[in-house]
Ligand binder design. Structure first.
Ligand SMILES: [Zn+2]
Length: 415
């Protein structure tokens, strides 16, 4: 390969856009979105189209035991670990046209450009579409990549059921995507996932490329506060053991902790259960659903510790029983520093505005980072809107993200 020709290489933005729009017709909703939930007939049609396009672009397509698709364009050195790109083709029931699909189509576009120019890189380049990323039909999310990473077993995946009792394994079989390749890690030189941001930061700051350094870790906590129920009228204020007296400062302390670790910390009070929930009774019990997030695992651990201390302190002051239960934990993911640097440099060389940022949402990259050096490329989406039929992105931004992907891949797959 003539290395002199690659700096000027660009993706075909029109072809990328047209592929996205063609795929968006599969499961298209009346309000301009997409409903292509995992392992439905629509998902099968989307997979079939991707497979057909990938084969036409010179790829060999394999499917693993949990339906993850890998479209590989062979490199000149079969012994060298491949470079992986990709994301997911499934959507939410009222999903958009870009979440996930963009990462797969951007990967396909990179392969198509290589094919157009007859460029054979040293390393094999693969485009992955991970099964059931959304987790709306089969819980949990990011299941296909999670099995490969060893977070879940293959059997656990097969046994997942949707609301009507249909099993993941049977549905995979039904749509013809229960493959034979083991759903296990292989050596990869790199994994790149391009994705719309799903938040407002890039658009608000008029930045084209988000160089993603990691994914926020999260703790889901249930804080239970126990008081003594009593009549709202006859019981003097000072004689009450009212869980609200602890709840109010505890909730405020969650926000204070997030503020103390700005700009990336998040604290959300998503739900609150009051029992017995009667206007003229001091509650016996409050259960507060808390979500704490931060991209640095040490900071997140510190936030959790601080929050636990504040709960104990405010409960003691109000003479209220309290316990904090960890319902779910997603560890913070730090992406590969070398790949993050390569993306940053590629975006700069291409003349795009860029900023380093963390992902607030989970992605398959969270799992691939466990077995392959991984990094992500974000592009803006209108109003930061995602998981919404109105999800929208500019063709020029989508092309820019794919160009960054192309040049990151050229760099790591050429040696
Ligand atoms: Zn996604």
């Amino acid at each position: 390969m003539d290395s002199g020709m690659t700096p000027n290489l660009r993706v075909d933005g029109d072809r990328l856009w047209s592929s996205l729009m063609t795929l968006a017709q599969i499961g298209a909703t009346a309000r301009g979105g997409c409903n292509r939930q995992a392992l439905t007939d629509e998902d099968k049609a989307g997979r079939d189209l991707f497979k057909q396009w990938a084969e036409a672009a010179g790829c060999t397509v394999t499917v693993d035991e949990v339906g993850n698709i890998f479209a590989a364009r062979a490199g000149t050195n079969p012994a060298a670990a491949p470079v992986l790109m990709g994301s997911h083709l499934d959507t939410q029931p009222t999903g958009g046209r870009f979440d996930g699909v963009y990462g797969v189509m951007a990967g396909l576009e990179v392969v198509r450009v290589l094919e157009d120019h007859g460029i054979h890189l040293e390393r094999t380049v693969e485009v992955a579409s991970w099964t059931n990323e959304e987790g709306c039909r089969f819980v949990p999310a990011m299941l296909g990549s999670g099995v490969v990473a060893g977070t879940y077993t293959r059997e656990f995946a097969y046994e997942r059921q949707d609301k009507s009792g249909r099993r993941f394994g049977a549905e995979l079989e039904r749509i013809g995507y229960r493959g034979t390749t083991a759903a296990k890690p292989r050596p990869f030189r790199a994994m790149f996932e391009a994705h719309i941001e799903q938040g407002p930061i890039l658009e608000t700051s008029a930045t084209t490329i988000g160089v993603v350094t990691g994914i926020q870790g999260a703790y889901w906590l249930d804080v239970t506060l126990e008081g003594v129920p009593c009549h709202a009228g006859p019981t003097p204020m000072e004689m009450r053991r009212d869980p609200w007296r602890a709840a109010a400062p505890i909730i405020e302390s969650a926000f204070e902790i997030a503020k103390a670790h700005a700009p990336w910390a998040r604290a959300t009070i998503g739900d609150l259960k009051v029992s017995p929930g009667s206007r003229n009774t001091v509650p016996e019990r409050l259960i507060i659903a808390v979500d704490l997030r931060h991209p640095d695992r040490d900071v997140l651990a510190k936030m959790l510790m601080n929050f636990r201390e504040r709960v104990a302190q405010h409960a003691a002051r109000a003479n209220i029983g309290a316990r904090v239960e960890e319902v779910w934990h997603m560890p913070a993911t730090t992406f590969d520093a070398e790949l993050v640097g390569i993306i940053d440099r590629a975006a700069g060389d291409l003349g795009y505005s860029r900023m380093r940022m963390v992902s607030g949402a989970g992605h398959d990259s969270l799992h691939t980072a466990q077995f392959a050096p991984t990094a992500m490329i974000f592009v803006p989406c209108a109003g930061g809107l995602s998981h919404n039929e109105a999800e929208s992105a500019q063709p020029s931004d989508l092309a820019a993200g794919a160009n960054v992907l192309l040049h990151a891949v050229l760099e790591v797959a050429s040696t």
